[in-house]
Ligand binder design. Structure first.
Ligand code: GLC
Length: 545
């Protein structure tokens, strides 16, 4: 049966404000970040220039043309700073130095310059919630038991119990186990993540000054912004009250906890916004913030705070049309209330890759391709995680001895099992580590990955890589503007933006509709007998009207 679709013709004419392109307000334009597509490079797993099996900055620089060709606007690099690598570099020992694993400062400089020549902006990570336990400040704190001395920059507390043998409160680490570790002199220090990641005390003025200086260091080198790690964590509730129950990590992002999303963090972000605004060229701050609601998350992107925040509600949304529709509506409404762009993200280095989350195998890939077209049709800015453009699934059978995620080795916390999304990506069909480098790769790549490589997919119109390339190219050309929903049959999401209709079939069967317009792109082969379109199961299409 052919379902009726409300006529797309007759949509209101675009207003002047809507007359911007669906995507990229252009690399030169003002507010470039409002609809930018930003590609996440997990440096360790992107490209290895020296054959040691670990990706590095030179490798990334050499591969930047791939990203320019893909059609993204900016690159976000995960931490490449000097670090003992207890948590993939999110344990920083020197915020102004490049870890020798990844190269040196000249390589960072070269990467930024090459990216700019290619018209790509560069965002780097900053990790302000905690340092490495090898940071000079923490080494000094361990060496001097005076609570008013070097320890004031962290959270040191006496323990509870007769001998101080119990942690100061009941907080749990995100990676599992208690959030406190005892030092040999008997004091306890707070670490919301691994013990090698002691939390900084943001009540200390020197901590503020140091991070201002670190941000300036990288801004002076030319970076276009920062992804702020654990942007919701720097301020802890006064008195550090007990929570009263366990399983705390499972509540992150749905409930208020005394160590996350405290109101005080916003003053820090306001200070950073002033700093960013003092540089030319619209440098941006992106919050990795876990907040209990879209409204709480929107507070991070008020006009005097950060520019964007990752939309983890979208990432977490199941393949279910009502849930998808409401998460889109809530995200758009919450960010509109503060005048910020919404962001869309499906995968990153901390979560199971979305083809696997969506059921894995052929079905998971179909849904992932459809979700990508949906995401790229929505108003706002989009994040793509390296390898997602290749349709890479999660690697689920890594042996324990190769795993490096600290969460794997502790009681399963929220972020456990993250190595499977960090396997180095394949560039060529054959060769050592499928073109990742001349040597091996720090995590083993599945044998099927040669067929998923950039080289194998290039030029194949049915490949996921070409789907992303075409969609990104179209996104640049299409007029943008706000979206609205059109009515459609059960299980079909139909949205319209100025000149575009996007149809997503979330059901397991083909749905037949009157042809909504001229087919621009679809995630699966589309039959169009007569005036109808047969939208396949788990597929998405864009139509020009
Ligand atoms: C963020 C990072 C994650 C890291 C954690 C602690 O969530 O994305 O990889 O483990 O912060 O820094």
């Amino acid at each position: 049966m052919t379902h009726e679709l409300a006529p797309a013709v007759g949509l209101p004419a675009p207003t002047a404000a809507e007359g911007q392109s669906l995507a990229s307000s252009s690399s030169e334009g003002r507010d470039w970040w409002r609809d930018a597509v930003i590609y996440q490079v997990y440096v360790r797993s992107f490209a290895d220039s020296d054959g040691d099996g670990i990706g590095d900055l030179r490798g990334a620089t050499e591969r930047l043309p791939h990203l320019a060709e893909l059609g993204v606007d900016a690159v976000w690099l995960t931490p490449f700073y000097a670090s003992p690598q207890a948590d993939g570099g999110y344990d920083v020992a020197d915020y102004r130095a490049v870890d020798p694993l990844f190269g040196d400062l000249a390589d960072a400089d070269d990467l930024v310059r090459t990216a700019h020549e290619l018209g790509l902006r560069v965002i780097v990570d900053v990790v302000p919630n905690h340092t490495s336990d090898q940071h000079p400040w923490f080494l000094a704190a361990l060496a001097d038991p005076d609570p008013e001395g070097a320890r004031r920059r962290y959270h040191f507390r006496p323990g509870k119990g007769a001998q101080g043998e119990l942690p100061p409160n009941d907080w749990e680490s995100v990676f599992g186990g208690p959030a406190w570790t005892r030092t040999p002199d008997g004091a306890w220090y707070l670490h919301l993540f691994a013990p090698e990641q002691p939390d900084l005390n943001w009540d200390d003025q020197e901590v503020h000054e140091e991070f201002d200086s670190v941000l300036r260091f990288w801004l002076d080198l030319g970076v276009d912004g920062f992804r702020i790690d654990v942007a919701h964590g720097m301020v802890k509730a006064a008195g550090m009250p007990d929570i009263g129950h366990g399983e705390q990590a499972s509540l992150i992002g749905s409930q208020t906890l005394p160590f996350f999303d405290q109101d005080g963090v916003h003053e820090i972000h306001r200070g950073w916004r002033r700093l960013l605004d003092s540089y030319p060229g619209e440098r941006i701050g992106v919050a990795e913030a876990w907040a209990p609601s879209a409204e709480r998350l929107a507070l991070y992107v008020r006009p005097d705070e950060l520019h964007q925040a990752f939309n983890f509600q979208f990432l977490r949304c199941p393949w279910e049309p009502a849930a998808m529709r409401s998460v889109i509506d809530e995200s758009l409404a919450a960010t509109a209330s503060v005048g910020a762009p919404t962001t869309w993200v499906l995968s990153n280095h901390d979560v199971v890759r979305h083809p696997t989350r969506y059921g894995g195998g052929a079905q998971g890939l179909r849904r992932a391709r459809a979700a990508a077209l949906l995401m790229l049709a929505l108003p706002g800015s989009t994040y793509i995680y390296q390898g997602e453009e290749l349709g890479l699934p999660e690697v689920t059978d890594l042996p324990s001895e190769v795993r490096q995620d600290p969460a794997f080795f502790r009681a399963a916390g929220q972020d456990g099992f993250r190595d499977g999304c960090r396997v180095p990506i394949p560039w060529t069909a054959k060769g050592p580590s499928y073109g990742f480098g001349e040597g091996g790769s720090w995590l083993p790549q599945p044998a099927e990955w040669g067929a998923l490589s950039v080289a194998a997919q290039t030029g194949d119109p049915l490949s996921t890589l070409e789907l992303y390339r075409s969609a990104l190219a179209l996104r640049r050309q299409l007029p943008g503007g706000p979206m609205r929903w059109l009515p459609g049959p059960d299980g079909l999401l139909v949205l319209a933006r100025n000149g575009l209709v996007c149809t997503l079939n979330t059901t397991a069967s083909t749905v037949e509709l009157p042809t909504p317009g001229r087919l621009l792109i679809s995630s699966d082969a589309m039959d169009q007998p007569g005036d109808t379109a047969r939208i396949p199961a788990d597929s998405c299409a864009w139509w020009a009207i």
